[in-house]
Design a protein around this ligand. Structure first.
Ligand code: DGJ
Length: 337
């Protein structure tokens, strides 16, 4: 710097201006969000694109935590976590679970950690993450569920174990905590032909033998939620990163029987889930029957650029329905009839 300073002064630069100001001008991207814009670029509060794919949200007190896959162009880089008080503006909290540097680890760098979901265990006071794990260099062959644990919602999470629940292949997955505190792992099994549900142990760290087939319809990307006394389940077909038609099932009990209601999407490109794939349905607290459908619009050429589709679940004729919206905000739920 000592060589450049005289040159800069000679060019008329003032030393009162710190030389380190050569920063990009604050972009419009940093402006506070006041609405959801499905499919648009979504920036965190630092002005960086949110990188949390195949994710889910956990509410702790009055703070939401959004966990999702941290992706480079293709490579998996662990699980990112963001926090928010209003669901529109998200602060980056860092990598909640990083791939291991130890090449012998199940989660050695180069593995796949997909569709992470985190739940809180009241009995142990721990935050428990489950995700779909594929071992390094094995494509999608391992088909395991994996578990990690933390004392804080932002982590760091400690990798605990990975396995096939009750010996069953486990790929796309979700977690669901029922009103009584019992938690469940819903997962695509048998090369994704089966969708299964297993009850978790009381500490949420393992699968119990209470594990059964919900239906065998070649579905993945399960997102389970409850409204009133009914359980609802949104799933996708199995077409890799390409979008396909969603379906909605309903049941009175978690282990079924599950009845097909059809495709809940409507609007442009609805038959392809608006170009997205389900990942989670987020209940919005304090608002009656308010749920947000979360989906990923994958970009297989550049996975980190996959976009987020967050849309309100509406209840039409007492049945969940998801309409395309260019833009919407939480006031939408106050307007619901
Ligand atoms: C579809 C799954 O839903 C995604 O999570 C991911 O595993 C892709 N398949 C990979 O092709």
């Amino acid at each position: 710097m000592k060589y450049f300073l005289p040159v800069l002064l000679a060019l008329g630069f003032s030393t009162e201006v710190p030389l380190a100001v050569a920063q990009p001008a604050p972009s419009a991207a940093k402006a506070k969000n006041t609405a959801f814009k499905p499919g648009e670029l979504w920036y965190d509060t630092d002005g960086n694109l949110i990188n949390a794919h195949g994710g889910g949200v956990l509410l702790v007190g009055n703070t939401y935590y959004w966990y999702g896959e941290k992706r480079a162009q293709h490579q998996e880089e662990g699980v990112n976590v963001y926090s928010s008080k209003d669901l529109y503006n998200w602060k980056y909290e860092g990598v909640a679970l990083a791939p291991a540097t130890d090449a012998q680890s199940d989660i050695a760098a180069g593995c796949l950690m997909e569709r992470p979901k985190v739940i809180f265990n009241q009995k142990t006071g721990k935050y428990v993450m489950w995700f779909h794990l594929e071992l390094k260099g094995q494509g999608y062959k391992a088909a395991r569920a994996a578990v990690a644990v933390a004392d804080q919602p932002t982590g760091p999470f400690r990798y605990a174990s990975s396995f096939r629940p009750n010996g069953n292949m486990s790929r796309d997955m979700g977690l669901y905590v029922d009103d009584d505190g019992a938690a469940y792992h819903i997962y695509s099994s048998r090369e994704n032909y089966d969708l299964r549900l297993t009850r978790l142990s009381d500490d949420y760290l393992t699968a119990t033998p209470q594990d059964s087939l919900l239906f065998a319809k070649h579905r993945e990307a399960p997102a389970l939620f409850k409204q009133g006394s009914k359980y609802y389940l949104i799933t996708s077909g199995c077409t890799g990163w390409a979008p396909n038609e969603a379906s909605l099932h309903v049941a009175d009990k978690l282990f079924g029987p599950w009845q097909l209601l059809g495709d809940p999407m409507s609007g442009p490109n609805a038959k392809l889930t608006f170009g997205g794939q389900s990942t989670y349905v987020l209940p919005v607290p304090g608002k009656k029957d308010a749920f947000i459908f979360m989906a990923d619009r994958w970009n297989p050429k550049d996975l980190k650029d996959s976009r987020y589709l967050w849309l309100p679940v509406q209840f039409k004729n007492n049945q969940p329905a998801i309409d395309w919206m260019e833009q919407w905000d939480l006031e939408h739920f106050s307007k619901q009839l």
